[in-house]
Design a protein around this ligand. Structure first.
Ligand code: MEV
Length: 326
């Protein structure tokens, strides 16, 4: 095979953010925003990345130089994904990669993980290497850690497995839930979150008051376990209540913002089953679980306090080979 095109979904954290970094479970769902990459074999021993970002244009690097020197942030995940793949499966030829479809990075939908998953999935397909989902996860997760040093890997799992997952850090548990029918309203706060900064903030809290934070994380873990049952039972009222409690713990941790709180309160007042921030906090998005009848009312309430409604469908498919040619 000479060329392959792959797509992978973004994600929304449903419950358990931050606690998941400290060994507790979380619930994540893949969304219908997909990243698409085409990868082609080159005769020369080169990586070529064709990006739409004007600062980088066409990026070229000899395979022997991968991982060395200053790497522009736009191609970091791509280069290190290839580097890690070649370390495990040495291959003489080069590759050219082109992003065909992207989704905006500001919402926190996991575009970096989706890129990493697309690259390694495409390479394994091109070079006929049969990777299980877990092997794919391990290589992609290593790449994400190489770039950002921390993170649970829940976003990588969502991009690979898709659907709605019950997940534990490092992929020690990845359980696909048969979920149908959850309706979410997603509101963007207008502020891009800095995930690493938010994780550092929680780490500082942990250092200054470990017992208290561990206790909160244990409580969040119980909420997540109950929410898993609520999802399987399609008990959206219960799921909403559990989300509300999860939000209380996130507020205590100091990762919510006034704007997120206003949007969450607005959604609840408009009759959402429940609402919380989604992701690292400090900005990005909030989610509300709603009934079909109430979706518009909740959306209007979020907009009335300045939130931007982001149209998203949940429970999307994981990484998919779209086409390949020999
Ligand atoms: C960020 O979207 C969610 C965190 O739990 C980090 C992670 O799990 O990698 C804060």
């Amino acid at each position: 095979m000479r060329q392959v095109t792959v797509s992978a979904p973004g994600k929304l954290m449903l419950m358990g953010e931050h606690a998941v970094v400290y060994g507790r479970p979380c619930l994540v769902t893949a969304i219908n925003w997909r990243l698409k990459i085409s990868v082609e074999i080159l005769e020369e021993s080169l990586l070529i990345v064709k990006t739409k970002e004007s600062e980088v244009g066409e990026y070229r690097k000899a395979l022997g130089e991968l991982g060395k020197g200053e790497i522009p942030k736009e191609v970091k995940f791509v280069e290190l994904a290839l580097f890690n793949f070649l370390n495990k499966y040495p291959i003489e030829v080069g590759v050219s990669m082109q992003t065909l479809n992207k989704f905006p990075t500001q919402y926190g939908f996991g575009s970096s993980s989706a890129v990493t998953v697309c690259v390694i999935k495409a390479l394994s397909e091109l070079f006929n290497i049969n990777l299980s989902n877990k092997e794919l996860f391990d290589l992609c997760y290593k790449t994400v850690l190489d770039v950002q040093r921390q993170g649970s890997g829940f976003d990588v799992a969502a991009a690979i497995y898709g659907r709605t997952l019950y997940f534990k850090a490092g992929g020690s548990t990845i359980k696909q839930l048969v979920e149908e029918g959850i309706i979410l309203v997603v509101g963007y706060s207008g502020v891009k979150s800095d995930t690493v900064a938010m994780m550092n903030l929680v780490q500082k809290k942990m250092e200054s008051y470990k017992t208290g934070v561990e206790k909160s994380f244990d409580s969040i873990a119980k909420l997540v376990d109950e929410a898993k049952v609520a999802i399987l039972d399609k008990d959206w009222g219960r799921l909403g209540t559990l989300m509300d409690y999860n939000q209380n713990y996130l507020e205590d941790l100091g990762v919510s913002t006034d704007k997120l709180n206003q949007m969450i309160e607005g959604a609840r007042r408009a009759g959402a089953y429940g609402a919380k921030l989604s992701g690292a906090g400090g900005g990005d998005c909030m989610i509300a679980v709603v009934s079909a009848d109430n979706k518009q009312r909740v959306s209007d309430a979020i907009q009335s306090v300045g939130g931007e409604i982001i149209q998203t469908e949940v429970n999307a498919n994981g990484v998919t080979i779209i086409s390949g040619s020999s």
